[in-house]
Design a protein around this ligand. Structure first.
Ligand SMILES: [Zn+2]
Length: 155
């Protein structure tokens, strides 16, 4: 295992986020198995919340699916979230993530598109698309060009 993954494993063990992820997986009656790079994969998650097909808490990737293949884009995406948990210091990432999702929704009407955590984890790998800002937001940030020639001359 690469040093950075060993470090992520240790940091997320110490900050309690991996233990929290294992608890979430058990609450959702998911089956835990080892995954590459010090991760755990919890398959068959049964709770309705969160609605995402896969999510990550600490080094535990939780999914409703029967499997997420090693090397898949979705696994890479979720693994980046595991690294984000380490950088954020653990479960404090959850309120930060929710705030970022709220910001994204306010700007675009989509929880992932302008969410800094999803963008850094790879929008496309996570099944997200880059949505434009809402029309009202666009009107605020896009200036109309000044009219160069109004037909009158002011000096
Ligand atoms: Zn994601």
């Amino acid at each position: 295992m690469r040093t950075r993954y060993r470090l992520r494993l240790a940091v997320n063990a110490v900050n309690g986020s991996t233990l929290t992820g294992a608890g979430v997986a058990l609450l959702g009656r998911a089956r835990l198995a080892r995954a590459p790079d010090g991760l755990w994969l919890a398959t068959g998650y049964r709770l309705p919340v969160p609605p995402a097909p896969a999510f990550c808490v600490g080094n535990v990737i939780v999914t409703r699916l029967a499997d997420i293949p090693a090397g898949s884009a979705l696994l890479r995406h979720e693994a980046r979230h595991a690294t984000q948990f380490a950088w954020c210091g653990g479960v404090v990432m959850i309120p930060l993530y929710l705030a970022a999702a709220g910001w994204s929704w306010a700007v675009t009407g989509d929880f992932g598109s302008r969410n800094v955590f999803e963008r850094r984890a790879g929008l496309a790998d996570g099944g997200y698309t880059d949505k434009p800002p809402r029309p009202a937001i666009r009107r605020l940030i896009v200036r109309t060009p000044e009219r160069a020639d109004t037909g009158t001359s002011r000096t």
